[in-house]
Design a protein around this ligand. Structure first.
Ligand SMILES: [Mg+2]
Length: 399
């Protein structure tokens, strides 16, 4: 079997808001086609125009080859060898960042393709499942732009998540810092009050996480702001500091009691080694697409398991990534949860409509996938609609 064509779909949510702290408003979806008619599907969480350019750009020398060009004509079942070929061949332009995130979409598609070709779900080919089901946690970020409205909504959303069957939820508390959601404004003390409200509403036994999305400029500021948060019994605090402040992360991990989680933006196991060994985080959060695909995500899980760290994959995209994270989690012991944007509590039509059939939560759990590959089919009508939206925006942007 040989790879004959790679389609890159640049997708955009109608009415997307550049002021929203939500990457579910855009998407790059790739389809890898073969001469035997089997097709693999993948996506990644990165600006889709940038990712498409990374994939389609022609190579110009041995250290900067084109991703698409390197794959055409190759055997798609040789996934690990292809990952290495792409990483080495693109190294002068890649190694980290957008090129790796784009490789992630391609690698995800190759895993889907291999599963379909061999008639097995991806988890069986990734080392085999070590659990009977996968537990999703609900990621909650109300689409409001005033802090009082946010404070009311987040309690309602958390209760709704619990009533739908979730056993864990994460609240996005981002009313300050460089990525404040939709212009929300509040003090650190008001952030504390939000968490207090949600914990009181959910009761003591529900697993609760907090994501502050890089809100604090330094470890000192953070430790002052979160001093009282120990009473809320948080499973973790996510990305409290700027991504590159590894010394700050290490201080937080060593000088206060709440587990620290990070890693959603990182590319390759090498960045995770820094995060784990220098940043000393207790919970690592690879995004399957961004880190470099299922191949690289599995390597990160193995390294985290060796260090006895928890793995809770980041996920803010469509049913394609939900499936990829579920297959990964199925094979990973130290992975108690995967992130999940519930259909009922998510405003993104792209997130909800792109996939026609995918994995569903039943009684708070996602049963082990049984379909070959990722087990996901695209909604072609939705794909065309989101593609048109992206084309309209790029046409007016470049006009
Ligand atoms: Mg996050």
């Amino acid at each position: 079997m040989k790879i004959v064509r790679i389609d890159c779909h640049v997708l955009l949510e109608p009415g997307y808001d550049v002021g929203a702290t939500s990457s579910s408003q855009d998407d790059i979806v790739v389809e890898i086609h073969t001469d035997e008619g089997i097709t693999g599907l993948g996506e990644s969480d990165v600006n889709p125009w940038i990712a498409r350019a990374c994939i389609q750009a022609p190579g110009t020398h041995t250290m900067g080859l084109g991703l698409s060009e390197m794959l055409i004509g190759q055997d798609p079942l040789e996934i690990e060898a292809l990952w290495q070929k792409l990483y080495v061949g693109s190294a002068m332009n890649g190694r980290r960042g957008a090129v790796i995130h784009a490789i992630g979409a391609l690698d995800m598609a190759l895993h889907d393709l291999r599963g379909k070709a061999l008639g097995k779900p991806c988890h069986e080919l990734l080392g085999g499942a070590v659990k009977k089901s996968i537990t999703p946690y609900a990621s909650l970020q109300p689409e409001v732009s005033s802090f009082p409205a946010y404070r009311r909504s987040i309690v309602e959303w958390a209760l709704r998540a619990k009533s739908i069957g979730f056993r864990a939820a994460k609240i996005e508390v981002t009313p300050c810092g460089p990525y404040a959601h939709k212009g929300l404004v509040a003090t650190h003390a008001e952030m504390t009050e939000v968490i207090r409200d949600v914990r009181a509403a959910l009761g003591p036994d529900f697993t609760l996480m907090v994501d502050v999305q890089y809100a604090f400029p330094s470890a000192e500021t953070c430790m002052r702001a979160i001093e009282s948060w120990t009473e809320f019994n948080l499973f973790f605090i996510e990305t409290p500091l700027p991504s590159d402040d590894l010394a700050g992360y290490a201080r937080l991990a060593e000088e206060q009691a709440i587990p620290i989680a990070a890693g959603e933006w990182l590319a390759t196991r090498y960045e995770f080694l820094d995060l784990m060994d220098r940043g000393k985080v207790q919970v690592v959060q690879p995004d399957v697409g961004r880190v470099g695909g299922l191949t690289e995500a599995k390597r990160v899980c193995n390294l985290a398991e060796q260090r006895k760290l928890r793995i809770v994959p980041h996920l803010w995209k469509s049913g394609i990534s939900i499936a990829a994270a579920a297959h990964l989690a199925a094979t990973t012991r130290n992975c108690p949860f995967i992130e999940f944007l519930p259909d009922e509590l998510c405003e993104s039509s792209l997130r909800k409509e792109l996939v026609e059939s995918g994995l569903q939560m039943i009684d708070g759990e996602i049963p082990l996938p049984t379909e070959p590959g990722l087990g996901v089919t695209l909604n072609r009508e939705a794909l065309a609609r989101f593609k048109r939206e992206a084309e309209n925006v790029s046409a007016s942007f470049f006009a």
